[in-house]
Design a protein around this ligand. Sequence first.
Ligand code: NAD
Ligand code: MN
Length: 498
Amino acid sequence: MLDHTLEDWRNRAAQISFRNKAFIDGKFVDAVSGKTFDSINPANGQVLAQVAECDAADVDLAVAAGRRAFEDGRWSRMAPGDRKAILLKLADLIRANLYEMALLDSLDMGKLVTDAVTVDAPGSAHFFQWHAEAIDKIYDEVAPTGPGDLALVSRVPLGVIGAVTPWNFPLDMATWKSAAALAAGNSVVLKPAEQSPLSALRLAELAAEAGVPDGVFNVVPGFGQTAGQALGLHMDVDCLAFTGSTMIGKKFMEYSGQSNLKQVWPETGGKSPNLIFADCENLDAAADMAAFGIFFNQGEVCSANSRLYVERSIKDAFVEKMIARAEGMQPGDPLDPASKMGAIVDEKQTEGIMRFVEGGKKTANLVAGGERAYVDGKGCFVPPTIFADVAHDDPLARDEIFGPVLSIIPFDSEDEAVTMANDSVYGLAASVWTDNLSRALRVSDKLFAGTVSVNTVDALSAQTPFGGMKQSGFGRDLSLHSFDKYTALKTTWIKYQS
Ligand code: NAD
Ligand code: MN
């Protein structure tokens, strides 16, 4: 993809026509209220599109369409091989429209188009393909009862799945939820984040083109407090899959209790620790990945390695390595292949990040970044920012900042490092760097996180489950385990003359 120029991407961007209506029952429609909201490009402040602003009335229509489709079986009772073929076609269509899908996310939320076209958009296609391929390979069970009894234990789809997703990986978060939910035979009503609704709307159109029947996959763009809450409180939504902040994840648990006890699967925040031991032989590789772990996607990653614990004997040298990498990753136009970091999603998030940075200047040692940046005098940009010698209980080291801000904290012993790493309300991911095998395994055992990466960061694949512990939420996306969220176990017991 390196052969694309800024001009190539600008030309492609100029040709996109944005899908800006809700997608309900197989059609693009205006919001019932007729209202719209602006979808903004944070790299320059331009309004990309006026998007249908759905609220409870539109959510009702989408859920009803999803329910009708589920009840008449047009998808839920389709032969597994046929459902598979349609979702494989969707994966192909995403690949066929790869540049457009990548641009939609880059323009809408500021990520580097080079990342979107090599990571996000191919990832979406891959995850649809992976879940599609699983559809006709998962067998149900026969329970070990005696003669005269045949007890079948099968997995059945739940019905209508509500999915509410964040803006940091708009297409991939929409995909993680809907690929598994659709593969299992459910209907889906997706509410993408208001900061970045455009790729989900195009995804719905591609799904229809692939043959997903009307009503099975609906997208209702809008705000959290209206459309999101309406899905959470809906009496006819069977399951709510959420990715976003811990605060809103808790709200969805409340909505469920206030309504129909729908299953809620929150995938929420993180403050992931990365532990560098002096016996790690390749400290340059560790520094490269530590920088990637916090600065990739502008640090707007739920599993971002935002706490870097470094053994004191190598701390000063490692801080120097991190400063050098930060200097090499300055933000620029997200469409420019030469840029090393994109724009922050919006003004509010940028201001929130800068509040943490200003606070940190009073309590810790700023060694890189620290001032808001502009590209061509515009936009929401924060350079890679590093604080060294951060106290373990400083807000910098405790709170999720969700931006390119790294806290480096020295440690003296393995026990101390593990204790500090686990001293967090979150438990999403953790990393360990050491070439001592026993230490790698011992520390991995003790780290309380959904994913522990050893001598890498943020290990992730379609084949392995992703999700958190503690207030990072529960439930797992990706892997065959993701089907647990979107299916119920059903026992069918048959008596026969033996
Ligand atoms: P957010 O919680 O503000 O918003 C997420 C979604 O919830 C959006 O669609 C939003 O419209 C909706 N929402 C907001 N308020 C709502 C309300 N009152 N009722 C119903 N819905 C509401 O999060 P964000 O700022 O979009 O995303 C950043 C957060 O997402 C971070 O905390 C990050 O860690 C988390 N995240 C987690 C994972 C994971 O897998 N664990 C992945 C990506 C992001
Ligand atoms: Mn936007």
